[in-house]
Design a protein around this ligand. Structure first.
Ligand SMILES: Nc1nc(=O)c2c([nH]1)NC[C@@H]1CN(c3ccc(C(=O)N[C@@H](CCC(=O)O)C(=O)O)cc3)CN21
Ligand SMILES: O=c1ccn([C@H]2C[C@H](O)[C@@H](COP(=O)(O)O)O2)c(=O)[nH]1
Length: 276
């Protein structure tokens, strides 16, 4: 049975049973009809996914993992902020008149910084350190750039990855300041699991644990009945992820190098609205 389902069920039950509503507060997000989008939340959730055991994808409803991977490659490989370079329309509501999300996500990962060995962007520095200095405790990215926040379409939610080598295993911590549980929690988990798998393969390590640290884990008011419905279902076994083993350069990975074998999920026909 997929562990990602169990973690989702536990997190959501905890939020709905013990969480705190922000109904009396002024909130930023809105529903499409202009109504404030309130949430119930728990602050400080930590989930561990052992990628050696199984690929952490949910079966309670389908996770559109290829679209999630497409967004991840847009951010980490293309280092793009241009929504025309995405195959899905998930960022359309936050784009400016030029069709970009400003200095957010991919833009920040493409900015070069000075090191003793020369100039690197954050992704290339991670790759360099994993290959040349795997004992380092300084292998991390952080896109929460305060001086650029005013030029971002939305402030980064999943904002930092810390990579760390133990023996021949590469582990990582994903830090996320804000998590829309129903829309994007498994979306983000599959994305950063795939990132860890690609980074490990490109640098000669085995992918180990993804530790997901969430600050504000919330369920939007209009999602509560949908989540209640979803978590009643019986989790199915996790599918098997097949990765083309011939790729050893992070920038050569494409969506076609990944396959999920036997991804069996429950149909969920109700649309999950996204708060803007
Ligand atoms: N309120 C909110 N929640 C989010 O999860 C979120 C934002 N805002 N703003 C920025 C990005 C955009 N993200 C999104 C937005 C939409 C989907 C979405 O519609 N997912 C569909 C499938 C998409 C597809 O067809 O590929 C889903 O059913 O999961 C996913 C992530 C995550 N982020
Ligand atoms: O990768 C992502 C991007 C965004 N989210 C969610 C989390 C929140 O519900 C909104 C952002 O609103 P803030 O007021 O800036 O926190 O988007 C996500 O879960 N995952």
């Amino acid at each position: 049975m997929s562990k990602a389902d169990y973690i989702f069920i536990q997190n959501c039950k905890d939020i709905m049973e013990n969480g705190v509503w922000d109904t009396d507060l002024a909130v930023r997000p809105r529903w499409e009809d202009g109504t404030p989008a309130h949430t119930v939340k728990k602050f400080g959730i930590i989930n561990r996914y052992d990628l050696k055991e199984e690929f952490p994808i949910m079966t309670l409803r389908r996770t559109y993992w290829k679209s999630a991977l497409d967004e991840l490659l847009w951010i980490w490989q293309k280092k793009s902020n241009d929504i025309h370079e995405l195959s899905s329309s998930i960022w359309d509501s936050w784009a400016d008149e030029h069709g970009t999300i400003g200095k957010a996500y991919g833009y920040q990962l493409g900015v070069k910084h000075k090191y003793p060995e020369g100039e690197f962007d954050q992704v290339d520095r991670v790759l360099f350190d994993l290959k040349n200095n795997p004992a380092s405790r300084r292998i991390m990215t952080n896109i929460y750039t305060f001086q650029d926040l005013h030029e971002m379409g939305l402030y980064p939610c999943a904002y930092s990855m810390t990579f760390n080598v133990s023996g021949n295993v590469l582990n990582a911590i994903l830090n996320q300041r804000s998590q829309d549980m129903a829309t994007a929690s498994n979306w983000n988990v599959t994305q950063y699991s795939l990132l860890l798998i690609m980074m490990a393969q490109a640098t000669g390590f085995e992918a180990g644990e993804l530790i997901h640290v969430i600050a504000d884990a919330h369920i939007y008011d209009r999602h509560v009945p949908l989540v209640e419905e979803m978590i009643k279902r019986a989790p199915k076994p996790a599918p098997k992820l097949i990765v083309d083993q011939s790729i050893d350069d992070f920038y050569q990975f494409t969506k076609e190098h990944f396959k999920l074998e036997d991804y069996d999920y429950h149909d969920f026909n109700e649309k999950i609205p996204v708060a803007i």
